[in-house]
Design a protein around this ligand. Structure first.
Ligand code: TYD
Length: 193
């Protein structure tokens, strides 16, 4: 059985910590795991990371350029996911095309340029208030600001309804969040926790 699991959430929502914990747990239950993240480590991903620090990052035109770059960066991953699938691995991803829908200026074209992006089998949204999230951010990216992230959070919650995400309260402690995530994933592997 192959499964593509994605964690989404605003900057500072604790995705990377939880992904490390899930990876460890999946390994202990005997699964082979591929961990990926967006933006990737590719040249396009590196360019994106640099651009995210520009003071123009939230401007409409800039966001359109970013949306195209994120979509291009993602195509590289689709190949990797395909290979993992044939190797029988579980893919656990830090973000996917849903991030583009909520962070870039939405509109139908974002979905169009991401039509080759694979939809995760399970998407888990780590939801928490922006104030708490911002305290955990390094403050290097332009998206890490209260006004911008309030809007992103709102869009995430709307998308969660539409796309049937699992929503986990990320204001809770590390262990409780991990337990909540395991409760979502374990039945898919026929496990009771
Ligand atoms: P983030 O998960 O915060 O990575 P890191 O922890 O390595 O800094 O992602 C970087 C930023 O990229 C984050 O602000 C969200 C943004 N982003 C988009 O705007 N659109 C996208 O499609 C993706 C994948 C990320």
């Amino acid at each position: 059985m192959i499964m593509y699991i994605c964690l989404e959430g605003i900057d500072g929502s604790g995705k990377s910590t939880q992904i490390a914990l899930i990876r460890e747990w999946l390994t202990t239950i005997g699964q082979k795991v591929l961990k990926i993240r967006e933006p990737t480590e590719s040249d396009i991903g590196m360019l994106i990371r640099k651009m995210l620090q520009s003071s123009r990052a939230t401007e409409e035109n800039f966001q359109n350029t970013l949306a195209l770059l994120f979509a291009a960066d993602r195509t590289v991953l689709m190949e990797e996911i395909g290979k993992a699938e044939s190797d029988g691995k579980v893919v656990i991803s830090d973000r996917c095309f849903y991030s583009s829908i909520v962070y870039q200026n939405d509109g139908k074209w974002i979905s169009k340029i991401n039509k080759h992006a694979k939809k995760p089998d399970i998407t888990i949204l780590l939801d928490l208030d922006v104030e708490t999230a911002l305290k955990r951010c390094e403050g290097k990216d332009q998206f890490e600001n209260q006004y911008f992230l309030e809007n992103v959070r709102k869009k995430y919650l709307e998308l969660a309804e539409k796309e049937d995400f699992y929503v986990v309260n990320a204001n809770n402690g590390l262990n409780k969040i991990h337990h909540d995530i395991k409760r979502i994933i374990s039945p898919k592997f026929g496990i009771c926790i």
